[in-house]
Ligand binder design. Structure first.
Ligand SMILES: [Zn+2]
Ligand SMILES: [Zn+2]
Length: 386
């Protein structure tokens, strides 16, 4: 026979979800085992909870409305001996009433006086050369270090750490308040031991019982080749020592790459300008090029090289530093050629250039006005004709 779930909750058959919830809450407050420990109340609480579970589930409620019983297949929730079985346990019900704010600090216990330390960050300036080759840098860091008097335990010589009398070592103090659900226990950290559950009777003079002191020290950081602006290198366990002498955090070294006066970096590639005289550009030449880390390079410039030409020297850029910490090849070096036109000509030079102009039919100085074969004008023209 189908059970009268509406009757158990005391709501009409057309009750809204809100009305069902309200009716359930009202009954649950009266019948909750914390408030009413009688066996009869427990049984009723179980029934009410089951009814609520059925009627708050649209599919199950539909079965009830059609005259059936969704729990009739033997899966009746909240059977004997398991008063909360149909609901997923007491916690869910408490949550339904109070949200997450329930269970006030049950069984947290004292917190440890020894805590892991935090990470530290330090910035260092590196030249572009140092970024390219890698470097061992001596760095001065100012962090918490282990107290060398008490070695982290915080006690003066001969002193001890004893259990806090106020909280009995629990680290928290409980107070009991009455509410409609009966007694509610709330707890707060013990003010005497600050939640640690233990007190240092005679704290270390040097660290005041913290187990650590601030100190300046020198650290050598191995900077790998290929680092760049904003990259961080981690030195494990070189950060701040924790409270109570807890394990040190990590030290991060952030790279601040200084601008270079010749080379401009673009990812793994480098760029530089090279000025060559007009004659070298026309005749071709081998030009000595001072590179960043590869010494002098004999750069060959082809005859007829134009101003603005970009020569790419593969593999002469910055080392490619992978996230694994390994270097995987190098970027390229881009040489931007600039052609210098002589400004001060003596008579012999002027004569030579005039002869050259004559030989090339360039005396008028107007070879191909409006009929350039390349460069800016033809690009602009190609654009405007599209
Ligand atoms: Zn100390
Ligand atoms: Zn205490």
């Amino acid at each position: 026979m189908a059970r009268d779930y509406y009757g158990i909750l005391g709501v009409p058959k057309n009750a809204s979800d809100q009305e069902i919830k309200r009716a359930y809450r009202k009954l649950a407050r009266e019948l909750h085992p914390d408030v009413n420990p009688s066996e009869d109340a427990q049984h009723k609480f179980s029934e009410v909870t089951t009814a609520y579970e059925v009627l708050s589930d649209p599919q199950k409620r539909k079965i009830v409305d059609l005259g059936g019983d969704p729990l009739d297949n033997g899966a009746r929730a909240g059977g004997a001996g398991d008063p909360f079985g149909g609901f997923g346990g007491l916690g869910d019900i408490m949550d339904a009433f109070f949200g997450a704010a329930t269970g006030g600090g049950r069984g947290r216990g004292p917190r440890s006086r020894v805590q892991p330390g935090s990470d530290a960050l330090i910035r260092i300036s590196l030249s572009l050369e140092e970024c390219a080759t890698g470097v061992d840098k001596e760095i001065t860091v100012d962090t918490a270090v282990l107290c060398d008097q008490c070695h982290g335990n915080g006690t003066a010589p001969g002193g001890t750490v004893k259990t806090c009398d106020t909280c009995g070592g629990q680290g928290e103090i409980q107070s009991v308040q009455r509410s409609f659900l009966g007694q509610v226990v709330t707890s707060r950290p013990c003010p005497v031991c600050r939640g640690f559950g233990e007190v240092i009777t005679d704290p270390c003079r040097q660290c005041g019982g913290d187990g650590r002191v601030r100190a300046r020290r020198s650290v050598t950081a191995k900077i790998p080749a290929g680092v760049g602006d904003g990259m961080r290198i981690r030195l494990s366990a070189q950060g701040e020592v924790g409270p109570g002498g807890g394990p040190a955090g990590d030290l991060y070294i952030e790279v601040d790459e200084e601008p270079h006066e010749v080379f401009v970096r673009e990812g793994h590639d480098l760029h530089c300008n090279l000025r060559i005289p007009m004659t070298a550009a026309a005749l071709g030449a081998t030009v000595p090029l001072e590179t960043l880390i590869d010494g002098e390079y004999e750069l060959s410039v082809d005859p007829g090289t134009q101003a603005g030409t970009e020569l790419v020297l593969a593999g002469m850029g910055m080392p490619r530093l992978r996230s694994s910490g390994r270097v995987d090849g190098r970027g390229d070096l881009h040489v931007h050629v600039d052609v210098t036109v002589p400004t001060k000509l003596d008579d012999a030079q002027r004569e030579l250039l005039q002869q050259l102009a004559q030989l090339r039919g360039e005396e008028s100085g107007m070879t191909s006005n409006g009929r350039h074969q390349g460069g800016l004008f033809s690009k602009l023209r190609a654009k405007s004709h599209k």
